[in-house]
Write a protein that binds this ligand. Sequence first.
Ligand code: GLU
Length: 471
Amino acid sequence: MSVRVRFAPSPTGPFSLGNARTALFNWLFARHEGGTFLLRIEDTDKERSKKEYEKILLDGLKWLGFEWDEEPWRQSERLPVYKKYLERLLEEGKAYYCFCTPEELDAERQALLSQGMPPKYGGRCRAIPVAEAKERLKKETAVIRFRTPEKEVAFTDMVRGRVAFDLGLIGDIVIAKDLESPLYNFAVVVDDYEMNITHVIRGEDHLSNTPKQIAIAEALGIEPPHYAHLPLILGPDHKKLSKRYLETSLLDYRDQGYLKEAVLNFMVLMGWHPAEDREVLSVEEMLKEFDFKRVAKSGAVFNPEKLDWLNAHYIKNSPPEKLAEAAAPFLPEAWRKDEAFLAKVLGTERERAKRLSDFKDLAGFFFELPDYEARKLVWRETPAAAILDNLRFTLDVLAKIPPAAGKETVENYLMTVAEKRGSGEVLWPLRVALSGQDASPGPADIIAALGPEESVRRIQVAIAKLGTLIG
Ligand code: GLU
């Protein structure tokens, strides 16, 4: 049977990177295997599920490029389906109505805990016949419990190998609040079956749910899918990941200027590694190489420095036109009028940017020469008159450069001047003249992006400023 997987988020909070990693691994596996990737919104928790969170999920998936196959499923639209299966379990005596009040259950829990026993349900309502329960339901409320078999359940996890659980420790779990309100463990089993899911890929936090789901599947006569539990994501210190990162939503990373290529690369390394432990991987490479053999049981580390490093790497290596498109939301409207110029500017600045949002500060001088103090043009102890002379000489040399010359040609010309008159003495004032700053890309890069006309104008401004120093 061909592979069918699902990403099944609950829209009860922001879309975290941890959750996005689950989506990524499902998507990679589906695409690698030529299978189907489904999206299922698990919104049975009516109080906590919100439409706005659902929208954030869809936006995040689209941003990352995880297009899903078939229409997304929504559990809240499938209540009659779950009801049918619940009724079947009730009729077959594999589930029963439980009338215990929260107070009674709490007292039972406390009593067990104080004796050092696992706090499982004692089974008081187990023996109530369905007919009697239905009668009582006219006046009382009840939940539906699954008659959990007291036995060991074992399965082969694609990441962890054989995993076994003693169901005897769990007791009869609540699978629905009523016939119209199924709970997670029940709805998942029904859906995975009805949607022909072959592989369930999810975080390790769900590992303890798996034996419950297998037991429910068995009670319904369903063959459970294969399971893969992705390693828990830990902080850089290999301890529990701090709340700050757990709660940062995927779209916050987008809005802070991370490229999706960097985020994808970062996420895939949280639990999987390619051959030769390469760290930089394009999506094409991930799709080609992904397999569960290289998913680790532990050690998925969330290292924000690595994300920054990857982001700088992808910015540095992005084609300027693509960069201009990705950076557009972070830039002033006016910069976007001349796209070719913008691409040239970002191509010149991409070495220095760590985030797309950095361009706004780094590249402003290309669009408008900032005002600066005349003193800034002076290199160390060099007399202002010598600096002035150097700038004039540079201007003469630049006048000889063909107008469409590229960076290398400009650089060669400038080097000859620098060799004759000293590199600090020539290149420092030129940098300041062109950018108004003391940190910038090299003068030749700036000239190549600004073009000869604007470069000459800026040098003339500097010459005028120096004139005021000399008096
Ligand atoms: N809805 C569950 C969650 O968001 C996922 C369930 C699953 O993958 O089985 O954690």
